[in-house]
Unconditional design. Structure first.
Length: 548
């Protein structure tokens, strides 16, 4: 660029040719699309590696979309594109998640603190377990129906070959034994015989003579057995569809109950569903128990087919097996409303618990992350109480720590606060205890540390672990206080994006009380010999988070 150092007239050459297109860096780009989870609002997030994308938006696992009342699984194209971008040298990627709230549920998973009563978990787990049991029995029924159908085809083939054995010069026809909705075997034989030439020849007469009344009866019985076995297979498939969807439909029915209509007696209703569900599934078990012997009897009969009598034995054995399989289907159909009732009751019970929760866990973002499994573990260190009365002191503890104090009658969680060199301890009921009230000869103080492990959904997802945590609102404990680490709003945006869980202390529980509920223990007296004390929270999006 020229410099003009003094006033005057200057000549400057300027090119009027168009400028060449300058190269643009391809190391930075932006993607928009659906992901398994992650933020749904605000500006696109800057991602610098595929591992970071996995932590915030999920991995390569397929996405599930709602299509009316159905759920459709599709390839996770955006995740594959992100991996390809970084694999091919990309360095900076802005990602914006496309998201539509589902019609069932609101997309966020929630877990109540304290956890739902054990009865609710029992009912829910029973509904799932019994569904699996019934589905297994229906697989047995399907196999039995297929075996009965195959046996009927064996008899049809035997009878047809016996009739066609009279042929001398005319080639045997191809009989369709598994004919479905086409002409049955008897009509196929009659049609073939009617076309043997010449009409008044000896060959047609010989074959007609073989199609005796007894053979016709055998073919008719085998044909009936075939048709009924085929119809039973259709019934098994319908039953399997209905049983497999019963739990989901019951859960959705629980979601559809308005908050204002949630019954206070949800736990009682859930418990009442247990004996009815168990009775209906026991009937399935009873029906299934007879299958094995009947299946073996049919196999034995098939090995001895030589004449009309032994062929009839096969039909009888096939019909007995089919009847037993049909009993399974009828019993399975009776479990469908029981499963729905149990799933609905358990879901409503959890919703009541969440509605009345003193605190709760929430998934930070909607999506598959709501299926996370959260494990809260409490670990005790060695006794740190030294001295008695005014000289009592605690070793290796800090302001804001949690401890378990064991005294003569109980062992409770306390939170520690220190002011002007005075240690004060507060339990869940907000009852204060002065350190000088403790006696090292009779009392013990065990530091309590919490850990949080989150197993996020996905085939290749890595667990997230936070260890050595306390519960405190002090500014000096922001890095190791569980409520502050899992706060709704974090000052560090990247930390917020990569922390999938939010802890909401809606009831204003003090630290000791919140700790009691998180690890599901109030009196530790009987637990002090246990090396690990653990509570597990898990759940799924738009439905619930449950605890065990």
């Amino acid at each position: 660029m020229p410099e003009y150092l003094a006033p005057g007239v200057y000549v400057e050459e300027t090119s009027f040719r168009s400028k060449s297109i300058e190269g643009v860096s391809t190391s930075t780009t932006g993607f928009v699309g659906p992901t398994r989870y992650g933020p749904t609002e605000g500006e696109p997030e800057l991602i610098t590696s595929f591992n970071q994308f996995e932590r915030i938006y999920g991995g390569l696992d397929p996405l599930t979309f709602e299509d009316g009342n159905n759920r459709v699984e599709v390839t996770n194209y955006l995740a594959h594109a992100v991996r390809a971008f970084f694999d091919n040298g990309g360095a900076r990627l802005y990602v914006a998640r496309a998201y539509t709230r589902p019609t069932s549920g609101d997309g966020w998973a929630v877990a109540a603190i304290p956890a739902p009563q054990p009865a609710l978990n029992e009912v829910d787990e029973l509904a799932v377990r019994q569904t699996e049991r019934v589905m297994s029995a229906l697989r047995t029924a399907s196999e039995a129906a297929q075996q009965a159908q195959s046996a009927a085809i064996v008899v049809l083939d035997f009878a047809s070959r016996k009739v066609l054995s009279a042929l001398t010069s005319t080639p045997s026809p191809n009989i369709n034994y598994d004919y479905g909705n086409s002409s049955n075997v008897l009509r196929q034989l009659e049609s073939f015989i009617g076309n043997i030439q010449p009409p008044d020849g000896p060959e047609r007469a010989a074959v007609t003579a073989e199609l005796t009344t007894e053979i016709r009866s055998l073919i008719g019985n085998a044909d009936t057995a075939y048709v009924e076995a085929k119809n039973l297979l259709d019934g098994v498939n319908r039953s399997r569809e209905q049983v497999s969807s019963a739990y989901q439909s019951g859960t959705e029915a629980g979601n559809n109950v308005l908050d204002s209509a949630l019954p206070a007696s949800a736990t009682t209703e859930a418990q009442a569903s247990i004996p009815q569900l168990n009775t209906s599934v026991e009937a399935v078990d009873t029906a299934e128990n007879s299958i094995s012997n009947l299946s073996t009897a049919l196999d034995t009969a098939l090995k001895t087919i030589t004449d009309n009598t032994t062929a009839t034995n096969i039909i009888n054995a096939a019909n007995a097996l089919r009847t037993a399989a049909n009993n399974i289907v009828m019993a399975a159909n009776n479990t469908i409303p029981r499963i729905r009732v149990a799933a609905r009751a358990a879901n409503i019970g959890r919703r009541v618990t969440i509605k009345n929760a003193l605190a709760r866990f929430e998934a930070r973002f909607p999506g598959a992350m709501g299926n996370m499994r959260v494990t809260i573990t409490g670990r005790l260190a060695a006794n740190v109480l030294q001295g008695n009365g005014p000289s009592a002191r605690l070793a290796q503890v800090r302001d804001g720590d949690l401890v378990v104090i064991e005294r003569a009658t109980n062992a409770l969680i306390y939170s520690i606060s220190r002011s002007n060199d005075t240690w004060t301890l507060e339990d869940a009921s907000a009852t204060g205890l002065i350190l000088g009230d403790l006696n090292a000869e009779n009392d013990k103080v065990y530091p309590l540390k919490l850990s949080v492990e989150i197993e996020v959904p996905g085939k290749f997802a890595q667990p997230m672990l936070w260890e050595n945590l306390t519960i405190s609102g002090r500014s000096s404990r922001t890095k190791d206080s569980l409520p502050q680490i899992f706060s709704k709003i974090l000052t560090n945006r990247m930390q917020e994006l990569e922390t999938p869980l939010v802890l909401m202390n809606t009831g204003g529980l003090n630290p000791a009380h919140l700790a009691e509920h998180l690890i599901n223990i109030d009196d530790w007296k009987t637990k002090l010999n246990s090396a690990t004390l653990r509570t597990v929270f898990w759940g799924w999006v738009g439905k619930k988070l449950s605890t065990a």
